[in-house]
Design a protein around this ligand. Sequence first.
Ligand SMILES: [Fe+2]
Ligand SMILES: [Fe+2]
Length: 289
Amino acid sequence: MRNSIDNPLASIDEWDDELLKRYPSSDLSQVSDDTDRFRDYEREARPSVREFYALNHRYQTVDFVRQKRAEYLGLNRRKMGVWEAMEYLNQLVDDSDPDIDLPQIEHLLQTAEAIRADGRPDWFILAGLVHDLGKILCLWNEPQWAVVGDTFPVGCRYSERIVFYRMLEANPDWNNQEYQSQTGIYTSHCGLNNVMLSWGHDEYLFHVVKDYLPPPALAMIRYHSCYPIHRESAYQHLMNDEDHKAMQWVREFNQYDLYTKRDERMDVDALRPFYEELIAEYFPAQIRW
Ligand SMILES: [Fe+2]
Ligand SMILES: [Fe+2]
């Protein structure tokens, strides 16, 4: 399954690492309109990363997204608790370097611990703890390009602020008139809730947890990979007032997701009681996946 034609990255974490190259500073004011830096990043990207985006951009069609939503959003795969899902995700082993790449559970704990250290509310900490659990899609043999990668709206004109925008020319939707008007199959300011994003771990997990967490936590989970919107401010014409407020939260969350990586190792056993208690405040013992 890994390092095959379908899975060019050594590990799915390689995508997250790439984000740090594209967005080395957490200072949001430095990012907007810096197109040169953005295109420099594309030129310098490694072949495996280019190949990853080529697959993602080619195959994330409206039809593909509809098919995956139908396949997964019934949540009929299994029942498990949140901590159990963290351990399940931790089984994800790939060709990454164990000296460099953290176990998945540690990225979740690092994110949550950084949020906790800043005295943020419980639900914010919990959003950090669970935000990448959707990556269990990899354990069900979904290819890397259908689990991670920047997400973007499908069914309307692609924004040039999507990384490797030109690669979208290989997507059959590129030539579909209906999908290439400014609003495509949507209406102006219809709200992101009515917009289909490319399929991946964000949308899947949003549906798993949507009955249990407050709206800002759900926005963080659902949109944290949508860099074209939360970092590049594209697709304003689809957004409503609620989305703009939600994006503030997503941006705050992104600081913890991106910039806490590899700071320090986590003592999983020592942290477990605190987090089991926090999980129990919001979630039943088992939820549907
Ligand atoms: Fe993620
Ligand atoms: Fe993450």
